[in-house]
Design a protein around this ligand. Sequence first.
Ligand SMILES: C[S@@+](CC[C@H](N)C(=O)[O-])C[C@H]1O[C@@H](n2cnc3c(N)ncnc32)[C@H](O)[C@@H]1O
Length: 290
Amino acid sequence: MARRDRLLTPLGLKEWWYHQLHKWVPVTKYAPYGRGPGPHTTPRSTVPPGGGNGREAPIPAKSLGRPGLDEQEYLDSGEEQIRLMIGELEKAGYSFRDGMRVLEFGCSSGRMTRWLHLLPVEQKEVYGCDIFADAVRWASLNLNPDYRFFTNTTMPHLPFADGSVDLVYAGSVFSHIYELADAWLLEIHRMLSEQGVAYLTIREKYEIELFEGKRSHTMIAKWLREDPASREAAHSDFSAMELGGFRNPNVFYDLDDFTRRVQPHLEVRGVVREAFFGQTAVILGRARRS
Ligand SMILES: C[S@@+](CC[C@H](N)C(=O)[O-])C[C@H]1O[C@@H](n2cnc3c(N)ncnc32)[C@H](O)[C@@H]1O
């Protein structure tokens, strides 16, 4: 579809408007607390030591990082995805070690973090971070009080020393980062310890096939059916593709190109299709020379 024709569709107009609005704003951002008039306080966590794990912790409201999932799906999907991650990391030769430091990048209200008591270790240090401050606060008030949650910004930096994190995982976060993805991959490389690994889920061309089949009920599938320009882009020979515009990017990769993109500093040690709903998990380790 010609650029001009697309601009005259409701979706084209909306994307154009967002683009004008955001063209000149600084892109480093986070979503602050949605406060009303003050004063404001942050309460103390009332979760007892060792509590706040798995099914025993409360479930956040839909507006706090539970979009499109009922309570049962919220719990079951988090448990299933963490169990899968543990199994796949073991298959890829990763050894969980006592005292390890784990970071969930883009944890929201901790749908996956709440299952980290399943990691096969006695002792661990757990951190979760997200740009969504309200969800981060919910996690720190309602999940395991030994875990530390913090709000970060979209700037590709996290407050950990070089080589100090043993496992970084991110479920559907790189599927929402476009321009800054390479810089975030370098930041993950910087933080990873010598034997450390990253387990990141991405959207890739394989998922586009799923949208035309068993995942045809999803929002993105509907979008691909209804927007000819997005459908055309999805079937083009892309290395990376973004649908949805600056405000809500949905990023897809060609898997071979993604594998090259992380080099030479990282290497792909495993690929798990449909690890996170329709998304593919990629297991990355430091490349031997880095
Ligand atoms: C689809 S949600 C997934 C949330 C969570 N990982 C889960 O599995 O339930 C994507 C999350 O990534 C977060 N996010 C997007 N860009 C981010 C960034 N640069 N740094 C940290 N979090 C980010 C969003 O705020 C959102 O909470």
